[in-house]
Design a protein around this ligand. Structure first.
Ligand code: NDP
Length: 237
């Protein structure tokens, strides 16, 4: 497979879960792949040696460090902004600082990363943010702040698609439903509850999200922009 042969690809938050599957997919496609991580050094190093991708420690909540890392990658062909956290619970008891950190990682970082990548991105480049079906729908209590972050991504995607369209850069969101990762394990206590909202009652595999993302990043998706692409087993229907 060589659909991303020699393409300069950066995945933010690539050490585990969906991001790691995306790193593997682009590396398999022949891309020159780098990825960031914050805390999971061992996982990042293992993935780097497995795939040949470069692992870079950069906390997405540190805006200046994030901008420096992106600037250091030169002219990107693809950036996938995957790094994210999910803080769920009673809004009356969740810590304000923890909520603000989630907003920094899930909202502020995608905006600054997308803009910084676009500064020197090659014509026809691809900016993809991993949002969530919870940007569209919030079928259970305790998800207001997380949903806020994923809805914010939608506005950014629509706006930046117009800002960068004259350079044929596309800007899109991929919006998963429940995906089997450390964040939301298929054998976790919430699994049956999640499945109760889905038409197809199973967790999504990270590889399925990676393949969908690769399509949006690929040559056949040149006219797909400013749009949200949901892969949720029917959770949001
Ligand atoms: P995981 O918690 O399994 O993995 C998160 C990844 O993001 C890790 O590689 C982690 O790196 C990285 N990351 C987290 N915070 C930071 C940070 N501050 N700076 C840099 N990297 C960071 O999550 P998932 O793979 O499940 O989720 C990935 C994305 O998909 C998120 O945006 C999430 O909101 C979204 N999503 C997930 C769903 C699910 O059901 N799993 C459903 C819908 C959307 P490290 O370990 O090194 O910190």
């Amino acid at each position: 497979m060589s659909d991303f042969y020699n393409k300069n690809v950066l995945v933010l938050g690539g050490s585990r879960g969906i991001g790691a599957a995306i790193v593997r997919r682009f590396a398999k496609g022949g891309g020159k792949v780098a990825f960031t991580y914050a805390g999971s050094k061992d996982a990042a190093e293992a993935l780097a040696s497995e795939t040949g991708a470069e692992a870079i420690r950069t906390d997405s909540a540190d805006r200046d460090a994030l901008i420096d890392t992106i600037a250091g990658r030169g002219a990107l062909d693809v950036i996938v902004i995957n790094a994210g956290t999910a803080l769920l619970g009673d809004p009356l008891t969740l810590e304000a600082d923890a909520i603000d950190r989630m907003i920094a990682i899930n909202v502020n970082a995608p905006y600054h990363a997308a803009v910084e990548a676009a500064r020197r991105m090659n014509e026809g480049g691809r900016i993809i943010v991993i949002g969530s079906v919870n940007g569209d729908t919030m079928p259970f209590a305790g998800g207001a702040a997380y949903a806020l972050t994923k809805s914010a991504v939608q506005g950014m995607v629509r706006g930046l698609a117009r800002d960068f369209g004259d350079r044929r850069i596309t800007v899109n969101a991929v919006q998963p439903g429940p995906v089997d990762t450390d964040m939301n394990p298929a054998d976790g206590p919430m699994a049956d509850f999640m499945h109760s909202f889905m038409a197809i009652k199973r967790h999504i595999h990270a590889d399925e999200v990676a393949e969908f993302t690769a399509y949006i990043a690929g040559p056949n998706a040149a006219m797909i922009t400013g749009a949200m692409h949901t892969i949720d087993g029917g959770m949001g229907t």
